[in-house]
Design a protein around this ligand. Structure first.
Ligand code: SF4
Length: 817
């Protein structure tokens, strides 16, 4: 009620700028007070979509491109159609990748990739928007009063509004947002006082903001209150525990930052329990659930999770609530008649939320409540030492360089074969793990939350399998794992690995994080120029070998000759990477291209070309994608794989975009921009060599690559493969590769949007596109995946044959047109 019904829209006659539709979904459950106030102060009538229900869900059902996305996101489709039916001309639903930071102790303040980017998916998939001429404004915006001003004025909706008017509206909007949070916190404290003064017990029903939607929570709060327990939300109490102690995971999402703090509060209090509401398909809660359980365990509290989706069968929820009730009763008996004071509260029974018309404190003053809080030492003391929460592993020290072997999980055999010589040359002992066996995946499944994505299970399973193989002394090995540093859960693979090692009693093994975001510092591992230079060479060699091999292998005169040639050059390249000389790298690549240009090929028509894109590990790792390249070649196709280097360039460019558009750090943007242009300059000679070759094509320039997504998705999609995934599909389609295999882990959050979420728009623009999106997870049948690829190949071959008959034949000897 405080969130939506509290705000009364202007009547049409008092709204000189007309009506603007706002959907009652996802990030609006967090920021509606801000957007409502802004639009209303500017003279718009806010038309809010109807409350969610099954009929509204049904309205948008046929426009949902990914059935594995969570229910709160699926509901958003119906809300947009509801607004169209209300005949609004404009819908305002911005993409908000970074939320307002609630606590200074958070590591970051991302939104989930779905919350942050779903509006663009809606625009790309709801055809009736185009047909009805309704404009859905969904720019990527920063939640910063100063930065918002110029960004909003870029939109046609606000184009004729003066700066003064906009400034005033923005000031009031941010004040209202702060007031909303203050009111929530005061309501939480009032409820806690009631619990304390009346000797009651309560449950923090913790979830994400949209879990208060009755269509999403299916009446679970009522189920709990019917048992005599009070119900609170996590955002109304989290401020009482602003610092939850050292966490195993990276505390990087704002909604979940509140969850950890609310859990810490429950762990330190007798009368309060916590129940976590989790939506099916929510990848982030695979990360948060284990951490919440660990926080509660410090206070010897039981962890209860209720999973919800579109089905309203509350049988499982009832069972969980019943066992929770039994635990609470036991605790009440233990407490006797005692009414211990709840930490963080002043004992005043009649304190209540001020009525909405009451005078408010000036929340723009520094330190005003609403965005951060003063620490509550008594709450901290009630929970215990901050380190108690952390199930960790030691850092990799300088001395370990001499004593420890670093085990590297496999990701891309063609590229990672250069990692051991690279690390050895930089003064480390390193070993690359060869393949991922079924046993390794099983081990991953046993020790990693099963709701996490397939790549995490593969990588962690492989490392655990090696550690437990008996081949290594656990006191003399370290494990290396990459951390993306963005809003995807891949940043938290390291947290999963820490937990897995702790579960196996191997907490002495240090974990090295390989990242460019300054996360998880290890004093013994330095990313210096020597390492960077060799890493660039690794990408150059791996990308070029991959490009040459995949281009000629389907046509080789002598079976196995292309792979043999690639192997010979890989051995020379390893020596070159160890040497670390860029000029030797260029020299080798020139000769390598010459040799592949001269490799005898059969003079047959060019085969249908199939691009492989998707999540980075699935794309490059044959064990993870069930040898997709081999399947394509066996089916009579030619595989085309975009470069690995582009993924790193994409990462550097993200810092630049973030600084220009979302309030990122200037220093980081300047450094990343310099590195980006430096690497691009180093790649120029390679592009030139490929361009001059007989058979091969150079990669597209990075500027053109990112320019291609214009009008489809924003460069603000920075989680996972983000906009790069769409850009790679566009690159393939624009270069005569109409067949694409888009590989994603089951339930991959970013790829819901920039993978499956753009397919409809791509097919609209390229009617001949033959794109198959294939999901991979440990339970999915390999036969199903291969059958999907074979089906795609059947269409590819048929179309190719028709084109060939029409004279569009391309010979193998030279480059395609
Ligand atoms: S995936 Fe999880 S965090 Fe993201 S919108 Fe869905 S429920 Fe929320």
């Amino acid at each position: 009620q405080r969130l939506f019904e509290h705000y009364i829209p202007l009547p049409p006659e008092n709204a000189p700028r007309g009506a603007v539709g706002v959907p009652r979904v996802l990030n609006m459950y967090e920021n509606y007070p801000l957007w409502f106030t802004l639009l209303t102060e500017l003279g718009f009538r806010v038309e809010l979509s109807a409350p969610s229900n099954k009929a509204l869900y049904g309205l948008g059902l046929s426009t949902i491109p990914s059935q594995t996305v969570c229910y709160p996101a699926k509901l958003a489709h119906g809300h947009i159609i509801d607004l169209i039916q209300r005949r609004v001309k404009h819908i305002f639903y911005p993409c908000i990748p970074l939320e307002i930071q609630d606590f200074s102790s958070q590591d970051n303040h991302y939104n989930c990739p779905v919350v942050g980017g779903y509006p663009e998916l809606l625009r790309n998939n709801i055809d009736v928007l185009r047909a009805s001429g309704v404009q859905l404004d969904c720019p990527f915006l920063p939640l910063d009063q100063e930065l918002l001003l110029p960004r909003l004025r870029e939109l046609s909706l606000f184009a004729d509004i003066s700066e003064t008017e906009m400034r005033r509206a923005l000031r009031l909007a941010f004040e209202e947002q702060r007031q909303f949070k203050t009111d929530m916190r005061e309501a939480g404290e009032a409820a806690l006082r009631l619990i304390q003064d009346k000797g009651l017990q309560g449950v923090i029903l913790a979830g994400h903001p949209y879990h208060v939607d009755p269509e999403v929570h299916h009446g679970i709060p009522d189920l709990i209150t019917a048992t005599g327990l009070a119900v609170l939300t996590e955002d109304s109490v989290a401020h009482l525990m602003p610092d939850p102690g050292r966490l195993r995971v990276v505390d990087q999402w704002t909604y979940h930052a509140r969850l950890y703090r609310a859990a810490a509060y429950a762990a330190g209090t007798e009368q309060i329990a916590l129940v976590q509401l989790v939506s099916f398909g929510c990848g982030l809660d695979a990360v948060t659930a284990d951490q919440v359980e660990e926080i509660l365990a410090v206070g010897d509290r039981l962890y209860t999770q209720i999973k919800i989706d579109e089905g309203a069968n509350l049988g499982a929820a009832r069972i969980r609530v019943r066992s929770l009730l039994a635990t609470m009763r036991e605790r009440r008996l233990r407490m006797g008649g005692a009414r211990p004071a709840l930490p963080g509260l002043t004992p005043s029974a009649d304190a209540a939320v001020p009525p909405s018309g009451a005078p408010r404190p000036d929340s723009t003053e520094p330190g005003a409540p609403g965005l951060d809080t003063a620490p509550h030492p008594e709450v901290r003391a009630a929970l215990g030492a901050p380190e108690d929460v952390f199930k960790g592993t030691p850092s990799f020290t300088e001395a370990m360089r001499a004593t420890h072997t670093i085990l590297i999980p496999q990701m891309s055999p063609l590229h990672f074969q250069f990692l051991p010589p690279l690390l050895t040359a930089c003064g480390y002992k390193a070993e690359l793990l060869p393949t991922v066996s079924r046993a390794a995946v099983e081990l991953g499944l046993r020790h990693v939350n099963n709701d996490v994505c397939y790549p995490a299970i593969t990588v962690i399973g492989q490392l655990l399998h090696a550690v437990q193989s008996g081949r290594y002394d656990p006191n003399r090995i370290a494990l290396i794992i990459s951390q993306t540093g963005g809003g995807c859960r891949a940043t938290n693979y390291i947290g999963f690995l820490r937990k897995a090692l702790a579960d196996c009693g191997l907490t002495q093994i240090p974990i090295l994080s390989f990242n460019m975001a300054g996360l998880d510092h290890n004093p013994g591992f330095k990313v210096n120029w020597s390492l960077m230079r060799r890493a660039i060479m690794l990408c150059f060699y791996g990308d070029v070998i991959m490009r040459l091999l995949y281009r000629v292998r389907p046509y080789e005169m002598e079976p196995g000759s292309a792979l043999r040639l690639a192997g010979e050059w890989a051995e020379r390249a390893k020596l070159s990477v160890a040497e670390g000389s860029l000029s030797s790298c260029y020299r080798n690549i020139r000769r390598m291209i010459r040799d592949f240009d001269a490799l005898p090929l059969r003079d047959i028509p060019r085969k249908p070309r199939v691009g492989l894109v998707g999540e980075i590990l699935l794309k490059f790792h044959p064990d993870a994608n069930n040898a997709a390249v081999e399947v394509i070649e066996a089916e009579g196709g030619e595989a085309v794989m975009p470069d690995l280097l582009d993924f790193f360039l994409y990462g550097f460019y993200d810092d630049v975009f973030r600084y220009r558009n979302l309030g990122g750090k200037r220093r980081q943007a300047v450094i990343s921009n310099l590195v980006l242009h430096f690497v691009l300059a180093l790649r120029l000679p390679l592009r030139d060599m490929l361009r001059r070759s007989k058979r091969f094509e150079p990669p597209l320039s990075f500027r053109k690559l990112r320019g291609q997504v214009n009008g489809i998705i924003s460069l603000g999609h920075q989680t996972g493969e983000g906009w790069l995934l769409t850009a790679e599909m566009m690159e393939l389609l624009n270069s005569g590769v109409p067949n694409i295999l888009c590989m994603q882990p089951f339930g991959c959050l970013p790829n819901h949007i920039t993978g499956k979420g753009v397919l409809k728009e791509l097919k609209r623009r390229y009617p001949d596109a033959n794109i198959a999106a294939v999901d991979y997870d440990p339970g999915a049948s390999e036969v199903n995946q291969i059958n999907r690829i074979k089906l795609m190949m059947a269409v590819a071959k048929q179309t190719h044959a028709e084109r060939g008959a029409a004279g569009a034949d391309i010979r193998t000897a030279s480059r395609s047109a």
